[in-house]
Design a binder for this molecule. Structure first.
Ligand code: PGA
Length: 253
């Protein structure tokens, strides 16, 4: 069975003290995870190690970086390399979030380099894709997302693509309270899986986890995660509230 993942994206929120408190509250209220269920916390860089330590001993719970550099190492002040993330024992890194694309000019080619550096350092990217509102209104979202996957991921080998994690996040649904309907999510997730199938075969396409992101909350998680091609979610705002995120975790298939 494919991995079902509840991924938190804390973005640039919380002090370390608040982050620790949130993590403790969450650990106290969540149920035990099944063998195929994972929880990943995308936390700010300074909190990676402390939150990783707090999670220690809780099976299937990991921290993720929210970004990594597209440079290997060297004189790039303020950057954090994939190798550094590996060296502190990380397994996951979020790559290509729409906020990185929009505010930090990350394009598909740059993201391809980041994906390669992550994989070369044994990090699993959680690769974000998704269309802006204008594209959705023009009904060209399928080809838009396909281009993102093609230009950033489809140079990978089938072995690298197997068990890959993609997060589909329509930009018009992020932080807006406007969620894609479960039908819209399913339709795009099925499309993403079919694009992987054309490139790598059904076998690989059926191992990738495709998460939905964009205003996921306790009230809608079960319906969205219940769709056949939705393997969990990448959650921003609602991941900052312990009860909400615990309920989202408990909505995983
Ligand atoms: P949201 O953010 O859940 O607050 O809409 C999702 C994301 O940006 O990953």
């Amino acid at each position: 069975m494919r991995k079902q993942i509840a991924a938190a994206n804390w973005k640039m929120n919380l002090t370390l003290q608040q982050a620790e408190q949130l993590t403790h509250e969450l650990l106290a209220s969540k149920r035990n995870l099944g063998a195929n269920q994972l929880v990943v916390f995308g936390v700010p860089f300074p909190y990676l190690l402390p939150i990783k330590n707090t999670l220690q001993g809780n099976g299937n719970m990991y921290v993720a970086a929210q970004n990594c550099s597209d440079k290997k190492s060297g004189a790039y002040t303020g950057e954090t390399s994939a190798e550094m993330l590996k060296s502190i024992g990380l397994k996951y890194v979020i790559i290509g979030h729409s906020e990185r694309r929009e505010y930090f000019n990350e394009d598909n080619a740059t993201l391809a380099v980041k994906v390669d550096l992550a994989l070369a350092n044994d990090l699993q990217p959680i690769f974000c894709c998704g269309e802006p509102l204008s594209v959705r209104e023009a009904e060209t979202q399928n080809s838009y997302v396909e281009k993102q996957l093609n230009e950033s991921l489809f140079h990978l080998s089938a072995d690298q693509a197997r068990y890959f994690v993609v997060a589909y996040e329509p930009i018009w649904a992020i932080g807006t309270g406007r969620t894609a309907s479960s039908d819209q999510a399913q339709e795009m997730h099925a499309h993403i899986r079919s694009v992987f199938a054309s490139k790598y075969g059904e076998d690989v396409a059926n191992t990738i986890s495709i998460l939905y992101g964009g205003s996921v909350k306790a009230a809608n998680a079960k319906e969205i995660f219940g769709q056949p091609d939705v393997d969990g979610g990448l959650v921003g705002g609602a991941s900052l509230v312990a009860d909400e995120f615990a309920s989202i975790i408990n909505s995983l298939k």
